[in-house]
Design a protein around this ligand. Sequence first.
Ligand SMILES: Cc1cc2nc3c(=O)[nH]c(=O)nc-3n(C[C@H](O)[C@H](O)[C@H](O)COP(=O)(O)O)c2cc1C
Length: 410
Amino acid sequence: MRAAELKELLQFRRPQVRRTERVLANCVTVDDLHRAAMRYWPRGVRGYVDGGADGEMSLTRNRAAFRNFELVPTVLRDVTTVDTSTTLLGRASPMPFALGPTGYTRMMHPHGEWAVAKAALATGIPYTLSTMATVSLEDVATVGGDLWFQLYIWRDRDLMRELISRAASAGYRCLMVTVDTAVSGLRVRDHHNGFTLPPRLTPAAVADMALHPAWWAGLLAGPGITFANVERSAGAGGETVMAFAARQFDPSVTWDDIAEVRTRWPGPLLLKGAFSPADVRRARGLGIDAVALSNHGGRQLDQAWTPVRALPEIRSAIGADYPLFVDSGIRRGTDIAIALALGATGCLIGRPYLYGLGAAGERGCAAAIGMLGDEFTRAMQLLGVTTVSELRQRGAELIRRYSGEASCGT
Ligand SMILES: Cc1cc2nc3c(=O)[nH]c(=O)nc-3n(C[C@H](O)[C@H](O)[C@H](O)COP(=O)(O)O)c2cc1C
């Protein structure tokens, strides 16, 4: 046997020298990206991303809820080609999901919101930039793509008005108003870890540098981390994220504020975190274009209704045609299929793209989107459906509630 034939048989893989290549070569699922990000991030960031509020019951239940459904495959249908595209708030998207808003993203990777916007652009799905972003909305807008802006109704209403007009001028297509933050949830892990903005160089942080040198090098080499959209209301550094948010969240926000936002924003407007059937009906009555059922990934009211469990009731209360998004706990393509079969118009992705970002920057973020997309495509094929609208229409036939042990896997 000649050497060339032997090499072919052995199928040697070229050694992966660059960290990004090496990490991505070993990641097949969002869980893999999660593990890689956990190795990169120091303790404070790990707790900030993965933590929930209070006893973290919502956090746990969000995942458990997805495990409590079973899918009913229908076989012997030609699924050679499936069309995963759909319309999200008036524009075509190759997949029935958008990236939801997450604050503080340059803490997860020095390229932060830039990298996320580029990954969303490359994969063609919408990205929602948070009010609490660490790159300004104008800078992110230069990346392009289907950009949505998430608004917190700040104590300072003039700042809110300014953010709305800045988002419109910068070309953001949809506005998502988050309404589940009358006050900030108690993020216990952030307290225990002393997680601050910007990170403080405490003795513990210095000791941590030895364990997470790449993360610290990225942080120290880049420009200082600020809430770039709201710099004038961000105070002196050294306070926890929660303390900052607590100063800004306004418990006096009411439907009148939402009515005002509606008059100021001509494009598609979503409410994120409205939940009860009555609130969703009220949103519709006010001319809000869509509601995102969300418990903020378990970060606000602990033991809040689990969005995917609430979905069937809300769908029947609001009717078949009203756009409903779902988030909190989506980690796999099958989760997206479950949400759609239960009546969701689309899903919002939260932590998975942050895991991708932490694992391998922009490419990791694109990998997370790609994995969810591939898994969703495969789920459609194995379910025997060829379009997203067929998945929604045949949902009742394709899904069952599972009453057994739900603690298997993630
Ligand atoms: C680190 C982090 C930061 C977040 N920041 C925001 C934010 O600024 N605005 C907002 O409306 N939601 C925010 N969320 C909530 C997400 O938009 C989304 O509702 C949540 O991540 C969904 O849960 P999942 O990540 O478990 O799927 C944040 C979530 C995480 C994990």
